[in-house]
Design a protein around this ligand. Structure first.
Ligand code: F0G
Length: 489
């Protein structure tokens, strides 16, 4: 056995029971509160049955997102003390820039304050009215920016992507035949780029394979098209390539990442997911692409050597990026998710399989089959689950979709409750608690009803929208909970 255990060995080495092993110790902690169900009921009512509007003081385990809330390492917090405060030419920024250049092999780097700021700049620079953008799957903010600039999305995922239960290792792959069809239908002049999203967020954190990416590159080259890679969850995607793609079992995360990078013309990411609590990056080696974006950074973000990020965060980001390349670190979230998914499945809880990156995804259509999609089963599941557990998940279904000009909802392909696993934040017993409460809810699912809008914003409605229950199901659920538990906790 080598001195450093590989992620596969961590699991096997432990007890033979496939328990994920924490490869860090906890040195800074934050107190949590588990409030009684009556308080949680009041909180979810005040939040308009929207988990984005809950306060952390009412939340026990915050599994809303991994964005900006992964645990920081001692090296990251130490680096923050070295920050060089300067508007222009900060040494902190130069350190970050060279880290990005080394890690992605791209020479031209632009800083932005977070991922959607990169999407704003890329969309403004390259998308015109009537353009078509093929991609494996959209992310909410990506779609909003593309459409704002007159573009139309084409999600060309494989049939496997929409199957809840699957053992396909790469559900984030692009369907190559569909890609060729989109190119043929709309013509290359109407396609500013092909977008690939690493560890495809909205379909369950599912990765694409290197083999698929190489094929996409081939097609792009045949038609003179460029590839834009959303690398917000690139570490996990590279980890899955190493785990699941035979040719890469012995490759380092860094070499996999460089290979993915070489296959892309333009890369952007949200550092809130990748390495720190703020920041984002756009990078490329193509001067013409760079020139079309550069001047927008001082306009929308800040000067070219900070891009709206504080110098302290820039330091944390630089160290965090380096740590992303460490198998022992990057395996943490996927191995906890894998544990959760396998255990939940064994208890009959419908979950997206195989486990992916960023979070475990519970299938709300399977969990609450009696709630029609128009009554938002994923939103209802998130609210009901918060009520019975204090765990805050995120709705990733029709509420996160949009209303069509016809006045009807664009029903989401999948109705999911995402339970995010920010890196190195939760313990295994907290994960066990989450599974246990989810099983109780499954056994009492008939009590859960749907939701309807109270206040529906026009853009990105899931962030600030307010809903209300159809009927008084939350009260009935609360009563049954107290009866079964013999307590309000
Ligand atoms: N791209 C992907 C794949 C993302 O997951 C996100 C954010 C963004 C872009 C936008 O980045 O938040 O820094 O502006 N995902 C978060 C989430 C919000 O909770 O999944 P941002």
């Amino acid at each position: 056995m080598s001195e450093e255990l590989s992620p596969r060995e961590h699991v096997a080495f432990y007890t033979g029971q496939q328990l994920p092993l924490e490869l860090h110790k906890v040195r800074v902690v934050q107190k949590l509160y588990l409030k009684p169900i009556e308080d949680r009921y009041r909180a979810i009512q005040e939040a308009g049955y929207n988990s984005f509007l809950l306060s952390t003081k009412d939340t026990f385990l915050d599994m809303l997102t991994d964005s900006g809330c992964n645990a920081m390492s001692d090296r990251q917090t130490a680096a923050m003390m070295l920050a060089d405060d300067a508007y222009a030419g900060s040494q902190s920024y130069l350190r970050l820039e060279s880290r990005v250049q080394e890690m992605f092999g791209k020479s031209l780097v632009l800083p932005v304050h977070q991922g959607r700021a990169a999407e704003n700049i890329i969309s403004q620079a390259f998308i015109s009215e009537g353009d078509h953008i093929p991609m494996n799957y959209h992310f909410t903010t990506t779609k909003a920016h593309i459409e704002l600039n007159g573009g139309e999305l084409h999600e060309i995922y494989t049939d496997e992507a929409m199957k809840i239960k699957s053992d396909h290792p790469f559900k984030g792959n692009i369907d190559l035949k569909k890609l060729k069809e989109v190119i043929k239908t709309y013509g290359t002049e109407k396609i500013p780029f092909i977008r690939l999203e690493a560890s495809t967020n909205l379909i369950g954190g599912q990765p694409f394979s290197m083999e698929n990416m190489k094929e996409v590159r081939k097609i792009a080259d045949e038609h003179g098209l460029i590839i834009v890679l959303d690398a917000s969850l690139i570490g996990e995607n590279a980890y899955f390539i190493k785990q699941r793609e035979a040719a890469y079992h012995n490759a380092s995360i860094q070499s996999i990442l460089l290979e993915m990078s070489e296959l892309s013309d333009l890369i952007y990411f949200s550092a809130r997911k990748l390495s720190s609590s703020r920041g984002g990056i756009i990078c490329t080696s193509n001067e013409s692409l760079y020139d079309q974006m550069r001047d927008m950074v001082p306009l929308f973000e800040g000067f070219l050597t900070y891009g709206g990020i504080s110098v302290r965060e820039i330091e944390a980001m630089a160290v965090g990026l380096e740590e992303t390349l460490d198998d022992q670190m990057i395996c943490q979230s996927p191995s906890f998710i894998d544990y959760f998914v396998r255990k939940a499945e064994s208890l009959g809880i419908p979950v997206v399989t195989p486990g992916g990156g960023l979070g475990a995804h519970v299938d709300a259509k399977g969990f609450l089959p009696h709630i029609p999609q128009e009554e938002y089963p994923a939103g209802a599941l998130v609210s009901a689950f918060f009520l019975v557990s204090g765990v805050r998940g995120m709705e990733r279904g029709t509420i996160s979709s949009v209303r069509l000009p016809s006045g009807k909802d664009l029903l989401a392909d999948m109705e999911l409750m995402r339970l995010a696993f920010p890196r190195r934040v939760f313990t295994l017993s907290q994960v066990e608690y989450t599974i246990d409460r989810l099983k109780w809810l499954l056994d009492n699912r008939d009590l859960v009803g749907g939701l309807q809008w109270d206040h529906e914003p026009k853009v990105l409605r899931f962030f600030l929208g307010k809903l209300k229950p159809i009927g008084d199901w939350p009260v009935k659920l609360m009563e049954k909970f107290r009866e079964d538990m013999g307590t309000s906790l």
